[in-house]
Design a protein around this ligand. Structure first.
Ligand code: MN
Length: 486
């Protein structure tokens, strides 16, 4: 059972700039408010907010968020109010708790509710992205204790997690959390499949713990010989839900999945990554066609690492992932690895979160829910690519976006007047799908009247689609005016 000491320990271990006295105060406040209340499982209610706050500390959230995590169920479930929270802990904490309370009122039922849920999530996220982290942490503990709920409720929560929370966690780059949310939901939604995958892995890798720890020692000593510093090394077994999805693609043949167990090696620099890779390949035979250089060519979602599969024993393979500390933190914490704090200690975001703001804006503009869902599918629940402007600015677009999407992302005028594009200095058509890492330069013509309606056939972003529709309409209207004038 989680205790306040565990929370303080986590805060210290993660070296967070958090006033632990204030955290203790918040704990006492919550404990008093929830006094006598029990969870469905029979344990004291306070365990739930403590566990929530511990997760938030593990993901390096700030002081206000950790405190909000401790008191997040107070206004909804106890006699104490949001006003009391504001009086004790200030408007920032109260604002976060208010955000989380508003989210809590929705229940997932059918497609309409689903969309409503998404809308609310994005509005809350746009107001303060930290709210979504509290919701994730809260959900994680609820999933851990799902056993004690009735089956119907269990299923609803698991499905909602798999369909709404996990994709958002993925989009925010918090892959570790995404994996946890998925596996906990998987167990309840598809118990048979879950058990059979677990069994298969246990059978296939009876001694996987030992293999992983042996390989840790061996890789360590090989790198040490060549004087490469290891900052961190750990083993992991592939998440079950992602394995389930991969198995479905591969005819359920476990032998065809080569990254079931993997070793993660964190070294200081990119040069060290490539040197370490060479040392590993020199010592163990690499499996052909399994080497991936995601450092030079990041995955569409921005993930970076070197991956290779080696034979550690006759016929037995293990994946080795080599990366720098910064890449490792990106993969573990996603967006949380990127925020900065201003002088007052509140979180500042860079452009990365523009899409969240866009989404909340659209939800006010679009009355039709199915249309909103379509936009979401395109712009959120799809992998992203990162392309460059000639000046080197990074532009984040959905996968398979075209130069027209790129142009409208930069400026309406550039989109409207586009006649062609140079992709990596090669003249290319406006419908060419862009790939991560491309450098894109637009060719425009001042006298061009406006966009071409045919572009609607290939554009991928809502922004481009809307602008094209809007500006071709106006073009037609102007044409009519011109005609009348004559
Ligand atoms: Mn809660």
């Amino acid at each position: 059972m989680p205790t306040i000491q565990d929370l303080i320990k986590t805060i210290n271990q993660e070296k967070l700039k958090v006033d632990t006295d204030l955290v203790k105060l918040a704990f006492e406040f919550a404990q008093e408010a929830h006094l006598g209340q029990k969870r469905k499982s029979g344990e004291p209610y306070i365990n739930h907010p403590i566990d929530t706050a511990i997760t938030l500390a593990k993901y390096h959230l700030d002081q206000d968020t950790i405190i909000a995590g401790l008191v997040h169920d107070v206004p909804e479930d106890t006699k104490k109010t949001l006003k009391d929270i504001e009086k004790e802990f200030g408007p920032n904490v109260a604002g976060l708790v208010e955000g989380i309370t508003k989210l809590g009122k929705l229940k997932y039922r059918g497609i309409e509710r689903y969309i409503e849920n998404l809308r609310k999530m994005f509005v809350a996220m746009a107001a303060d992205i930290r709210v979504i982290f509290i919701k994730f942490a809260d959900r994680l503990h609820n999933l851990k204790t799902l056993e004690s709920l009735e089956p119907r409720k269990r299923e609803r929560i698991a499905r909602e997690t798999l369909e709404i929370y996990a994709p958002i966690a993925n989009r925010l780059g918090i892959w570790q959390l995404k994996g946890k949310l998925e596996d906990l939901s998987f167990k309840y939604l598809y118990p048979k499949e879950y058990e059979s995958i677990k069994e298969a892995i246990d059978k296939h890798f009876k001694n996987r713990e030992k293999v992983l720890s042996d390989m840790c020692v061996k890789v360590k000593s090989e790198l040490k010989k060549e004087k490469i510093q290891i900052m961190e090394i750990s083993g992991r077994t592939k998440d079950l839900w992602s394995m389930h999805q991969k198995l479905q693609k591969h005819n359920n043949e476990l032998q065809r999945i080569h990254d079931i167990i993997a070793l993660r090696v964190v070294v200081p620099t990119i040069a060290d990554c490539y040197r370490a890779l060479g040392i590993v390949h020199n010592k163990w035979r690499p499996m052909p066609n399994r080497f991936k250089d995601y450092i030079a060519q990041p995955k569409p979602n921005g993930y970076q690492s070197l991956h290779t599969t080696i034979f550690y024993e006759h016929g037995k393979t293990i994946e080795i992932q080599i990366r720098t500390k910064a890449m490792h933190e990106d993969a573990e914490f996603g967006i949380a690895a990127h925020w900065n704090y201003d002088e007052r200690g509140s979180i500042q975001f860079d452009r990365e979160l523009e899409w969240v703001k866009d989404l909340s804006k659209w939800q006010q503009e679009i009355a039709d829910s199915t249309q909103y869902l379509d936009s979401l599918k395109i712009d959120v629940f799809q992998d992203r690519i990162f392309v460059f402007t000639p000046k080197g600015d990074v532009i984040d677009l959905p996968e398979d976006s075209t130069p027209v999407d790129f142009a409208y992302h930069i400026h309406t005028e550039i989109g409207d007047k586009a006649t062609g594009a140079r992709i990596n200095n090669q003249l290319s058509s406006l419908s060419t799908p862009l790939r991560s890492g491309d450098m894109v330069e637009m060719i425009t013509e001042k006298n061009r009247k406006g966009p071409n309606r045919d572009w609607l056939k290939f554009v991928k972003t809502r922004a481009a689609r809307d602008k094209i529709k809007q500006n071709t309409k106006r073009g037609l209207w102007e044409a009519i005016k011109d005609f009348k004038g004559k």
